[in-house]
Design a binder for this molecule. Sequence first.
Ligand SMILES: *[C@@H]1O[C@H](CO)[C@@H](O)[C@H](O)[C@H]1NC(C)=O
Ligand SMILES: *[C@@H]1O[C@H](CO)[C@@H](O)[C@H](O)[C@H]1NC(C)=O
Ligand SMILES: *[C@@H]1O[C@H](CO)[C@@H](O)[C@H](O)[C@H]1NC(C)=O
Ligand SMILES: *[C@@H]1O[C@H](CO)[C@@H](O)[C@H](O)[C@H]1NC(C)=O
Length: 413
Amino acid sequence: MRLLICFLAFFIFQKSINCWRFGGGKQAGLPVVLVPGDGGSQLESNLTGKPSVVHYVCAKQTADYFDLWLNLQLFTPLVIDCWADNMQLVYNTTTGLSDNMPGVKTRVVGFGTTESVEWLDKSKASQGRYFFDIVDAMVSWGYKRGKNIVGAPFDWRKSPNELNDYLIQLKSLIENTYRWNDNQKVVILGHSMGNPLSLYFLQNYVDQAWKDKYIASFVSLAAPWAGSMQIVRLFASGYNMNYYRVVLPPSKLRGMQRSFTSSAFLFPSPVSWLPFEVLAETADKNYTVSNIQEFFTDINYETGWEQYKQSARLNGNVTSPGVPVHCIYGTGVPTPERFKWDKGYFPDYPPTEYYGDGDGTVNLRSARFCQTWKDKNNGKDVTTHEVFQADHMAILKHPNTIELVRKAIYQQL
Ligand SMILES: *[C@@H]1O[C@H](CO)[C@@H](O)[C@H](O)[C@H]1NC(C)=O
Ligand SMILES: *[C@@H]1O[C@H](CO)[C@@H](O)[C@H](O)[C@H]1NC(C)=O
Ligand SMILES: *[C@@H]1O[C@H](CO)[C@@H](O)[C@H](O)[C@H]1NC(C)=O
Ligand SMILES: *[C@@H]1O[C@H](CO)[C@@H](O)[C@H](O)[C@H]1NC(C)=O
């Protein structure tokens, strides 16, 4: 029966595609490229002979690549120290670039597929569930993994200025996805840091003509456009990464987290934090976006200031991307807005937190910075959508998010 109606409709309206879509048939919408966030891509490592290790139990050499992120089995006492040492980067202040620890090779797996961004843990443990719910919904609407929904995983430990090869690959992936899908424009769907990274891509790697040809829209989920206060705590005391549903001891993670240049990229930006607003309060001194160098000196991590100068302002004043934007973010979840360390606690011990609005990880002011792009986006639309009580990770499976994504990729937003 549906076939007959569609057949008639095709003759009358010449609109077979819409007929299938609304007639209950499965017709995929625009092709989608997923750009994951901080911690949102699988990483593998091969140890080729580390000159030193942190415990006798840590391997110096392995025969082949193994899962470095995310592998929950590595989060046991002692083994976690080996893991953090293998994850750590070494920053060269002369070149402004970071590298793996000596004797550690790493690689990102699954570029162009969705696998390594659907689940971060190859065993598919629930803690590692990532883009799965969105991809699964899209498949039920007629999408095919690897064809019209593809993933662009990257080494999320690094700041965009160190991801040149990746950003060139991302450009090709978008062009190919367009071609493989009958020259349909592509939707970039980012989560978390994947969004400021995509903004950097759109502003530095392609011109307006390219954007007009290849990009239908940029759908951002939980974007820290202007950074996140969690980063201040991360640099000072370490951060337990509980937003990946993995609870780890902050003190064990600090050295590793400080070494990631992506951390500096996500430092709270003066575009959103005023010069006199206190980010970190200690018995002796208050820190704001105006005395960041002192902050790094006082936490005994001077390298942080070099990383900050290199990476924190890569998106300048965070101006609009010049493509249609649908900016989706969680609200109503207590989110650290300011930290206070009592006498003797700074920087090594966890601070007292004072909360504001946001998604638990990204402060609301940063998530909704995209609102400032309205009417300033080269004539392209900017829509913003709040998902109440969707935390930074839960937003990926919230029914409202999935419905907004559906509307965006079927061009109904
Ligand atoms: C991994 O490293 C070892 C040295 O420890 C090397 O023999 C082996 O070829 C490497 N494996 C791969 C796949 O590169
Ligand atoms: C940093 O890079 C420079 C230039 O490539 C090199 O000469 C220097 O040895 C590097 N420093 C370290 C500590 O690796
Ligand atoms: C830090 O700021 C708080 C208010 O935000 C103020 O009460 C306190 O006196 C300041 N401390 C220092 C050392 O300036
Ligand atoms: C950013 O905005 C500030 C203040 O409006 C301005 O002084 C600065 O030149 C801008 N920077 C860039 C890179 O546009």
